[in-house]
Design a protein around this ligand. Structure first.
Ligand SMILES: [Zn+2]
Length: 346
């Protein structure tokens, strides 16, 4: 492949769909990075067959750092309290979350009787139960089974899954974030997921949260996941959806495009194709509304300051959450975040 320079960022063209090998159709041209100010004008192409969108051209591995120059800073974990505090010291939201996991999902954690009743009653609400389950990747409890978080950041998710009884592992390409996770005593490797990093059939569950869209070689990474999962093991991928209502509404200003850091923007259908092309069976596909995506897209469209940073306005957030319940009840595949769980055949 030939490469050329786009304002100091080395790029590679990708004229064809990675999955169907069909020529892409230009969907958006000359887009700018309104979130973190990376230079250049960028295009997004679409595959008419599998619905996937991709950045064309995209940055080479050597230029990746330039895309993440002003990206999120990695601070301490919000789940650090799980290492030292006991249930009575948790915030009310966390208490309810763990009570629902205990009473509705059979997670064996010590919960006071009063909260068992609260967890049981609040967990009857389907949207709340779904939110709690999605938050842990939809994994059912499995005593001392091994779980890997690919792109684990500062270890937030791993701390929670460790508290829930999993034997946890992580890989993280950002060394600063990996160091924070290691300081919590977590088994985290500062690297990308590669062949040979873990033995075959090693994990019962693998989690990839907001990672797949940043990868230029998703098929290779999913093939590695398949190898290191045990038969019957689960892989959950969360990413932003290109079939979401927010994308239909905001088009080229949709926050989920995140040019030029998202190399692919998937639909539920294209994620299914990706997993199944590597041998997986699709277990569940769910979408959920992401109020941050809506507010951030609104800020991008109106060229407001700092569109990546959202200050929580309770009234706006709760209004959006309420609207999402109605929208998703009518159009279950129109949420902004898609979560898909694959199973390795037995
Ligand atoms: Zn395609």
């Amino acid at each position: 492949m030939d490469s050329h320079t786009q304002e100091f960022i080395e790029t590679v063209p990708r004229p064809r769909c990675l999955f169907c090998n069909k020529n892409g159709k230009r969907l958006y041209s000359n887009l700018r990075d309104h979130l973190f100010g990376v230079s250049g004008l960028w295009n997004i192409d679409k595959c008419a067959s599998c619905e996937i969108l991709w950045l064309n051209p995209y940055a080479t591995n050597e230029s990746l750092e330039k895309l993440y120059d002003k990206y999120y800073t990695h601070e301490g974990s919000t789940n650090e309290f799980l290492l030292t505090n006991t249930f009575k010291d948790f915030s009310r939201n966390k208490k309810i979350k763990y009570s629902i996991l205990n009473t509705h999902f059979r997670y064996d954690i010590s919960i006071p009787m009063s909260y068992r009743l609260i967890g049981f009653l609040t967990g009857i609400i389907p949207s709340l139960r779904k939110k709690v389950s999605l938050g842990i990747g939809g994994f059912p409890p499995k005593k001392t089974a091994k779980l890997l978080d690919v792109g684990c950041g500062n270890g937030d998710y791993l701390l929670e899954m460790k508290y829930l009884g999993w034997d946890v592992f992580g890989v993280e390409i950002d060394t600063k974030a990996a160091t924070i996770a290691q300081e919590f005593g977590l088994n985290v490797i500062a690297n990308e997921l590669k062949n040979g990093l873990y033995p075959e059939n090693y994990f019962s569950a693998i989690y990839m949260n907001n990672v797949i869209e940043h990868l230029s070689n998703p098929k290779e990474i999913i093939a590695i996941c398949y190898n290191i999962l045990e038969p019957g093991g689960l892989l959950t991928i969360n990413t932003c959806s290109n079939t979401s209502l927010a994308h239909m509404f905001y088009k080229q200003d949709y926050r989920g495009l995140e040019i030029p850091r998202h190399f692919f923007i998937y639909s539920p259908k294209s994620l299914k194709i990706l997993g199944e092309s590597c041998g997986f069976i699709t277990e569940t596909t769910q979408t959920s509304l992401n109020e941050y995506i809506w507010i951030s897209s609104y800020k991008i469209k109106n060229r407001l300051k700092d569109p990546a940073f959202i200050s929580e306005n309770k009234v706006i957030m709760n209004t959006l959450r309420f609207l999402s319940l109605i929208i998703l009840a009518m159009k279950p595949q129109r949420g902004d975040d898609v979560s898909i769980t694959f199973k390795k055949p037995l």
